[in-house]
Design a protein around this ligand. Sequence first.
Ligand SMILES: Cc1cc2nc3c(=O)[nH]c(=O)nc-3n(C[C@H](O)[C@H](O)[C@H](O)COP(=O)(O)OP(=O)(O)OC[C@H]3O[C@@H](n4cnc5c(N)ncnc54)[C@H](O)[C@@H]3O)c2cc1C
Length: 328
Amino acid sequence: MIELELQTMTMENRQIKTVVRQIKEEYPEDCWLNEPLAPHTSYQVGGPADAFFKPTSIDDLEQVVRLCLHHKVPFYVLGKGANILVHDDGFRGVVITLERCCHQLFHEGNLLYVGSGCTVQELVEYCENHGLAGLDYLSGIPGTVGGALRMNAGAFVGEIGDRVLRIDALNEKGQRVQIHNEEAQFGYRRADGLVNKILLGCWLIVEPGDPRRLKEAREDYLRRRAEKQPLEYPSCGSVFKRPPGDYAGRLIEAAGCKGLRVGGAMVSPKHANFIVNVENATARDIYELIVLVQEKVYQQFQVWLELEVKLVGFPESDCKRVEKPDYV
Ligand SMILES: Cc1cc2nc3c(=O)[nH]c(=O)nc-3n(C[C@H](O)[C@H](O)[C@H](O)COP(=O)(O)OP(=O)(O)OC[C@H]3O[C@@H](n4cnc5c(N)ncnc54)[C@H](O)[C@@H]3O)c2cc1C
C-alpha cells in the first residue's frame, strides 16, 4: 500500500516529504507536520502545510532555508497571516514563522531596531512606553513587522516604509544582506525590492514624543478603525488595492455588491472592501466571491480591481484568473 502511494507520488512530492522528514528529525521541538494553517491566519481558513517550522535561532532558520533551496522545496514565510488567503488544500512545502528567532526590540537615540517576528502592536506599544513618535498611525494594523515591511503596511497618514532606514534579510540564496530604504522600492502596498527575501528585522527612524499624546493618538486610530471596519468577523482587511484616483470600497458598493455572498463569505455591508468570513467560509467561497466582485465592478466601471490579499497554495490558473485579463 505504502509502495503504491510512493509510486503515484510525483518526484516533487517525494522530494518534499524527504526534506520535511529531515527537518522534523533535526528539529523535533520546532517543527510540526501537516499543521493546519487556518488557525494561523486572520481569515481562519486554509488547509495544512506539510511542515510548519518555528526556528529559535537565525542559524537554524538559515540551515533549513539552505536545505529547502538545495532540494528546490517550496517554503513560505508567514507572519500572522493577516493578509493572506490559504487554499483549502493548504501549502505543499515548508511554512516558516519568525516569531521566536526575530523578536528583538530596542532603541538607541532616534533609531529603533525591531525584529520581523514582533507584532506591529508590540512595536507601537514600545514606542508609546518609551516616548518615541513617528509610527503611531500603524496602531491597529494586525500582523508582524515582517509582514508590514513586505506589504508596506500603512494607514491614515503614512506607511512603515516612510520610516525604514535599512532591513536585515536573507536573500534568494539564503545569504545575509542589508537592504537600504531605496533598494526596498517601497510603493503603495508593495515593496518590489523585498520580493523573495526573508526579512529578519529593521532599523526605523523615530523622534521624541509625549507618551500621553501617543496614547491618545493610538486610541483615536483604534476608535476610527472600529467605527469603519467589520472587526467582529474574520477577514484580511482590505481585499483590493485602491485603484488610481478612486476607492475600491466605493466602486464595490456602487456596483451593488454590499452583502453579496458565496457560501460562508460575504462582502461586508459595513465596509465594501472587506470580504468577511461570516459562516465557516471555505477559501474557495472567499476566492469565488473575490472573482465575482472583480467582474461586477469591471462590468459597471471598466476598472479591474487588483488584489491586496496574497493567495497561498492556489494553482497558477486561479492566480491568473484574478489578474488583469488581456481585454482590460
Ligand atoms: C482587520 C484588518 C485590518 C487591516 N488593516 C490594514 C491597514 O490599515 N493597513 C494595511 O496596510 N494593512 C491592513 N491589514 C492587512 C495586514 O494587517 C497587513 O498586510 C499586515 O502587514 C500583514 O502582516 P502579517 O504579519 O500578518 O503578514 P502575512 O499576512 O503573514 O504575510 C503577508 C506577506 O508578507 C510576507 N511576509 C511576512 N513576514 C515576512 C518576513 N519576515 N519576510 C519576508 N516576507 C514576509 C508573506 O510571505 C506574505 O507575502 C489589515 C488586516 C486585517 C485583518
